[in-house]
Design a protein around this ligand. Structure first.
Ligand code: K1U
Ligand code: ZN
Length: 169
């Protein structure tokens, strides 16, 4: 088991655009295992490779209560999206302690490789759809606070920088 350090906002590396995974080999299998360990340890429901400073298109998710249903999406691509959108409360392991509403598609289809390198189509709604969209944004270098107003985002940025310097609020 290896726990990977998670980048914290406003680290500029969170804005790097990930490149496609070329081959699902032993290196990627180890990265998947380490990302799952890191996500479970941090009590998150998802994690994108970008957050652990690996700029390749790979995400892991587990929204199950028992934390025993990992979903691995390699080179995910959005297929169809619902006409309806909804605002959901989101959090992020890279922006600890901050939660706010973000509008996302209600339901989506995602085409991706699984951890065995096999092409899959995933249809998702509810929390799974929210989580996949949030993690796919990370791969594009986008953090959920970028959907918030500049005023809120600047406050969050200042708060995070203070936290990282060990200062109180
Ligand atoms: O990307 C990440 O940092 C993981 C993130 C995923 C996520 C949670 C909620 C909405 C969208 C995406 C988290 O796991 S944040 C921590 C968490 O477990 C959580 C926070 C809010 C609601 C539900 C779960
Ligand atoms: Zn996040």
């Amino acid at each position: 088991m290896a726990l990977l350090p998670i980048l914290c906002y406003p680290d500029p590396k969170l804005h790097q655009v990930a490149r496609p995974v070329q081959q699902v080999d032993a290196r990627i299998e180890k990265l998947i295992a380490d990302m799952l360990d890191t996500m479970y340890d941090a009590k998150g429901v998802g994690l994108a490779a970008t957050q652990v400073d690996v700029h390749e298109r790979l995400i892991v998710i587990d929204i199950s209560e028992q934390r025993d249903r990992p979903l691995v999406l390699i080179n995910p691509k959005l297929g169809w999206t619902s006409a309806e959108k909804r605002v959901n409360e989101e959090g992020c392991l890279s922006v600890p302690g901050i939660y706010d509403g973000v509008e996302r598609f209600d339901a989506i289809e995602v085409l991706a490789l699984d951890r065995d390198g096999v092409s899959r189509t995933v249809e998702a709604d509810g929390m799974l759809a929210v989580c996949i969209q949030h993690e796919m944004d990370h791969l594009l270098g986008k953090v959920f606070v970028e959907y918030l107003s500049p005023l809120k985002r600047n406050r969050i940025r200042t708060k995070m920088l203070k936290l990282q310097r060990g200062e109180r609020d």
